[in-house]
Design a protein around this ligand. Structure first.
Ligand SMILES: [Fe+2]
Length: 300
């Protein structure tokens, strides 16, 4: 019992606030392009009391990112929007893009914090009326010039690069409308970037088929409660456990038609920075943000 209590205390108090900055190079740019620093944040699930988390996010500006990508689940409280905006602080003055996760619309409900280990939260998200201020959240980011990529395409200039962006709303609650952004991603852009909250393979496949080079997602929390050696137990979506976090390819084994030489993209899944207030613990899966350095394909 003492060991169990210690593990719960560690997961709820220490690891949940032990934020990590991950770094990865992604060889995805045209030959000769100058590297681009992309800060990927996700699943902040902010409540007004999380001062330590807000301060940590605010300090990320010193990384001098060229582009900030927020893959959703930013808030978890009706009053969280101004706190989230303050936490982003000077990051809002940089080029940015965002999509929503289900938790940006629907307030968290009390439940067994380990329930997701044996059943997906998909069925729990069939609420119809959004009760969180998702429009205020959107307005705070778009007013700063960030691109709203919820079932939308757009264009971003970041660093010296012209980036074609496509994004979808959260597929976990079936708000994704890929058909609204479908079509070949502009081959004349320097980079084709796909943004989505939940890395559902059926949506990832469509981005790949349209020629996107790099896909950024969150949602999984990396499994949130993991085992030190076995790692991620559940992903809470269709992606396999091996790709619940970090940098991978999609599809993992070649293109959707089964051709190993067929189209595929880089996929980065963020384990995210927060948790539902009703499941305030992380184990063997530290909260994280990632600085992706995009480099030319011929650099490795
Ligand atoms: Fe989340």
């Amino acid at each position: 019992m003492a060991a169990g209590a210690a593990a719960i205390g560690y997961a709820a108090v220490i690891e949940r606030n032990w934020f990590a900055l991950r770094r990865a190079d992604v060889p995805v740019l045209p030959a000769g392009a100058k590297p681009l620093r992309v800060l990927h944040i996700s699943d902040v699930h902010l409540t007004p009391g999380r001062r330590r988390l807000m301060d940590w996010i605010a300090a990320l500006d010193r990384l001098d990112p060229d582009l900030v990508v927020n893959t959703g689940d930013s808030i978890a409280h009706p009053d969280a929007v101004p706190f989230f905006r303050n936490a982003l602080g000077p990051l809002l003055d940089r080029p940015g893009v965002f999509v929503y996760g289900s938790n940006d619309l629907y307030s968290p409900k009390p439940k067994n914090p380990t329930r997701y280990l044996w059943r997906t939260s998909k069925a729990e998200r069939r609420r119809q009326v959004a009760d969180l201020p998702w429009t205020d959240l959107r307005d705070g980011m778009t007013a700063a010039g960030w691109l709203d990529a919820n079932n939308r395409r757009g264009r971003i200039k970041a660093g010296e690069l012209d980036i074609a962006v496509g994004g979808v709303h959260d597929s976990h609650i079936r708000r994704d409308r890929y058909n609204e952004i479908a079509g070949r991603a502009d081959p004349t852009a320097d980079l084709r970037l796909g943004i989505l909250h939940s890395p559902e393979p059926r949506v990832l496949d469509r981005f790949v088929a349209d020629g996107y080079d790099l896909l950024l997602a969150g949602h999984t929390h990396g499994g949130q409660l993991c085992l030190p050696i076995a790692g991620t137990l559940v992903t809470n979506c269709g992606i396999d456990r091996a790709r619940a976090r970090g940098l991978h390819r999609h599809p993992a084994d070649g293109d959707p038609a089964g051709d190993p030489a067929g189209p595929s993209a880089w996929l980065h899944v963020s384990a995210g920075l927060g948790t539902s207030p009703w499941a305030p613990a992380r184990f063997a899966c530290r909260p994280e943000a990632t600085l992706l350095t995009l480099v030319p394909k011929d650099a490795t």
